[in-house]
Design a protein around this ligand. Sequence first.
Ligand SMILES: NC(=O)C1=CN([C@@H]2O[C@H](COP(=O)(O)OP(=O)(O)OC[C@H]3O[C@@H](n4cnc5c(N)ncnc54)[C@H](O)[C@@H]3O)[C@@H](O)[C@H]2O)C=CC1
Ligand SMILES: O=C(CO)COP(=O)(O)O
Length: 334
Amino acid sequence: MTEIKRAAVLSAGSWGTTFGKVLADAGREVRILARRAQVADAINDSHTNPDYVPEVRLPDAVRATTDPAVALDGADLVVLATPSQALRDNLVAWKPLLDPAASVVSLAKGIELNTLLRMSEVIAEVTGIPTDQVVVVTGPNLAPEIAHGQPTAAVVACTDLDRAELVQRAVAAPYFRPYTNTDVVGAEIGGAVKNVIALAYGMASGLGLGDNTKATLITRGLAETSRLGERLGADPRTFSGLAGLGDLVATCSSPLSRNHRFGEYLGRGDSLAAAQRATRQTAEGVKSCRSIRDLAHRYHVEMPITEQVERVCYEQVPPSVAVRELMSRDMKAE
Ligand SMILES: NC(=O)C1=CN([C@@H]2O[C@H](COP(=O)(O)OP(=O)(O)OC[C@H]3O[C@@H](n4cnc5c(N)ncnc54)[C@H](O)[C@@H]3O)[C@@H](O)[C@H]2O)C=CC1
Ligand SMILES: O=C(CO)COP(=O)(O)O
């Protein structure tokens, strides 16, 4: 496999734009696809994306376009940065423009509603690209911190270790340290479920609950994440790494997390619609709580926190009642 030179980043949101910066700082040429001309113009003319990554100057190697054919022309790395539930429809349009030999990176952290597929499965199904060409990048990666060059580590997961290493080299920047893993299932389940647990953690914050409650949510949240992941064939060790515990802690505890903030609004008594208006950017857990709950039912896995988050979001259950229900479950061994 030849070294990666040019990357297309499809979507110019918070993470897509920031990841474009990481790639440029790692030495790649980058073309970001924006939906709005105003966003593409700002990136090209003033090296900024004020809507999503304010106060950060993007490197000169980051260019933008609204034309997917221009973004994908000559790209040997294709980075998919749309929200999970929008990925399928967009991929259908982009498929004819993809180089069949390209490595395709998934950044989205969610499970598709109805099909209950992981993002790498959606990518393989829609594009026909073999699963060993699909790479998942995940970990404790809050975009605003990375955009400001604060150091973090990440996981580059692919069933083909050689390809994982190729992408690892392509994304390694002074402030972005990628580790390889061949456990794609674990990487994706860790990334998707932590958003749901962060909603619960945010609710606890909004309810004014303290650190014991929050530590309990993180620990038991990790337990239900691992239970689902292992049932789906993941390596249990993944969940104690960056894609599991690392991302869970970052997302739960950070006020920069959109899922955390969304949960906080709900905890304070706001409706789903009001929380949506207040957060604006994507909070994946709000949709994935339902698909993950359905996946858990399909595989007969107990996920009590996820169950309650879904009930708060869609069944008008007050967060305080959800807490009571979690606390009154049958006693059991840890
Ligand atoms: N922001 C972050 O810190 C991180 C985000 N992620 C994941 O990356 C994915 C993208 O998140 P963000 O960039 O943060 O979201 P965002 O809300 O900042 O941006 C979403 C982008 O997708 C575009 N978009 C929205 N709906 C679309 C549709 N139907 N069709 C095409 N494009 C559409 C928007 O125009 C925007 O450019 C999510 O799955 C998120 O969980 C993963 C790691 C870090
Ligand atoms: O995935 C993330 C950090 O790793 C970003 O979390 P939010 O989508 O909740 O902001």
